[in-house]
Design a protein around this ligand. Structure first.
Ligand code: ZN
Ligand code: ZN
Length: 209
């Protein structure tokens, strides 16, 4: 039971009929909507997988003349849609929740099926989880993150997606916009990095040495 008088997700003071819950009712609704949006044949995960196909075909046809702007987004999509990506995050929560009697482990199968199974059991148990699961704020943050990143990639980057890079000049880490086509300057030493340098940190290190 939440001992605090506030929602652990949005920090709003809980109403009388929400007392003891980890999340207020609007947060629960928002979380349920975001989970629902990820799953299903027209969901964010399925649409994200579809985004991979044109690049896959292009790579099969010819190596040269590929358009570089689509590469970083596709690398990110690949990470997110692989077994360790979105599925890994959701199934880790299923595993965690099942320890509280709040979720049923999936039966495996195709990646899309695993996504749908994980989302279904999490949504089914969400009403009880908001009352009983102490890490609900962390769950909400991760679901928000998945939803935000997927939406950005599926809609072509309306919201900025940031990725991590290490400055070639001063060695400090910084973040850059994945859809910024012109590369990025280090915020500390102003060293300019081309897009290719930002996306290939290992090669950049080797050529700088
Ligand atoms: Zn809330
Ligand atoms: Zn720097």
């Amino acid at each position: 039971m939440n001992e605090s008088p506030n929602c652990t997700v949005c920090d709003r003071e809980l109403w009388e009929d929400e007392a003891g819950r980890y999340a207020c009712k609007p947060c629960q609704r928002r979380l349920d909507d975001r989970l629902a949006a990820i799953a299903g044949p027209c969901g964010l995960y399925a649409r994200l997988c579809l985004r991979m196909e044109p690049a896959g075909r292009a790579m099969g046809e010819s190596v040269s003349g590929s358009s570089s702007p689509s590469i970083p987004a596709n690398l990110l999509v690949l990470d997110l849609t692989a077994a360790g990506g979105i599925i890994g995050t959701l199934e880790a929560w299923v595993e965690d929740w099942s320890g509280y009697g709040l979720a049923t482990r999936g039966t495996g199968g195709r990646l899309q099926h695993r996504i749908d199974q994980a989302v279904a059991t999490l949504r089914l148990n969400l009403p009880r989880a908001v009352e009983r699961h102490p890490a609900l704020d962390e769950f909400a943050r991760e679901v928000d993150g998945i939803h935000r990143t997927c939406s950005a990639l599926v809609d072509g980057g309306r919201e900025p997606v940031k990725a991590a890079a290490t400055c070639r000049a001063c060695g400090k880490p910084f973040r850059f916009g994945l859809f910024d086509k012109g590369g990025a300057d280090c915020p500390r030493c102003d060293h300019h990095h081309t897009r290719a340098q930002l996306l290939q940190p290992e090669q950049a290190d080797a050529s700088a040495a």
